[in-house]
Design a protein around this ligand. Structure first.
Ligand code: HEC
Ligand code: HEC
Length: 205
């Protein structure tokens, strides 16, 4: 029964993702790299310092071509619900307590539950108010998190800034300081609260 629900549900997600143009490394992503069209709508004026790729100009796509089933209750796992606001759900009493949590994607607009980046050379680094750095490595769904534990509490001073590195080089930087650690609450498919879209780790040009 549980298994059946799983398949029925992931099928639905895949079907939906297909409609949304989820064809792996297909047309939209590739054309996105063309330098002909100037990037007018990317709010991070600094752009993508390392890559020189406009990751926020394209249409929604699920670059990985793989999605996770939607989980709302019961058993969770570290790669669950990529793209969704981790902390707003976990803070309702279920799941571990996170200080920061989110998902990194190869492009700026990807649907919920689509797997993000898996490249091992990508790191998300948060710098807290005292200047202390907290590096996080995305897992096989692109999810990353800084977990708090009752036994050994992590001291993290808000507000913070954050950046994405590939091979030690900054590819995306959040200039403004944030008071919420729930990255995906702003870094949604289309972007909320002035965020340009997903937390992006552009593919090398
Ligand atoms: C809609 C609710 C919801 C969302 C959204 C959600 N989770 Fe969970 N998470 C859960 C529940 C429920 C559990 C299981 C809690 C338990 O077993 O006590 C869980 C458990 C976990 C666990 C523990 C797994 C283990 O082995 O014990 C991790 C890690 C986790 N979630 C990470 C994340 C991350 C990262 C995100 C965001 C990308 C996220 N979750 C989004 C509800 C959610
Ligand atoms: C309350 C909303 C909010 C939260 C929460 C938030 N951000 Fe952002 N983020 C923004 C806004 C707005 C921008 C664009 C302006 C700027 O650069 O400050 C941005 C830009 C970025 C960028 C550069 C552009 C991009 O999307 O790749 C990165 C990287 C980033 N944020 C990482 C993070 C990480 C990592 C977290 C969680 C640890 C996080 N953000 C949490 C609002 C938010």
């Amino acid at each position: 029964m549980k298994l059946l629900q799983f398949f029925a549900f992931s099928g639905a997600i895949l079907a939906f993702a297909g409609m949304a143009g989820c064809y792996g490394l297909g047309g939209e992503v590739a054309s996105d790299g063309a330098p002909a069209t100037p990037n007018t709508d990317a709010p991070d004026a600094g752009g993508s310092p390392g890559a020189g790729v406009d990751v926020f100009g394209g249409a929604t796509t699920c670059t990985s071509g793989q999605s996770q089933p939607n989980i709302t209750t019961g058993d969770g796992y570290a790669g669950m619900d990529p793209g969704q606001a981790c902390i707003s759900c976990h803070s309702q009493g279920e799941g571990p307590s996170f200080i920061l949590a989110g998902t990194v994607y190869p492009t700026g607009h990807e649907p919920d539950n689509c797997n993000g980046v898996t490249a091992s050379d990508i790191k998300v680094v948060a710098t807290d108010f005292t200047g202390k750095e907290f590096p996080m490595t995305p897992n096989s769904s692109g999810n990353f998190f800084l977990q708090n534990s009752r036994r050994t509490p992590v001291s993290f001073a808000f507000p913070y800034t954050a950046r994405v590195e590939r091979g030690g080089k900054v590819v995306e930087q959040m200039g403004g300081a944030q008071k919420s650690g729930d990255c995906n609450s702003c870094h949604t498919e289309k972007g909320a609260n002035s965020a340009p879209g997903r937390i992006a780790a552009p593919l090398p040009p």
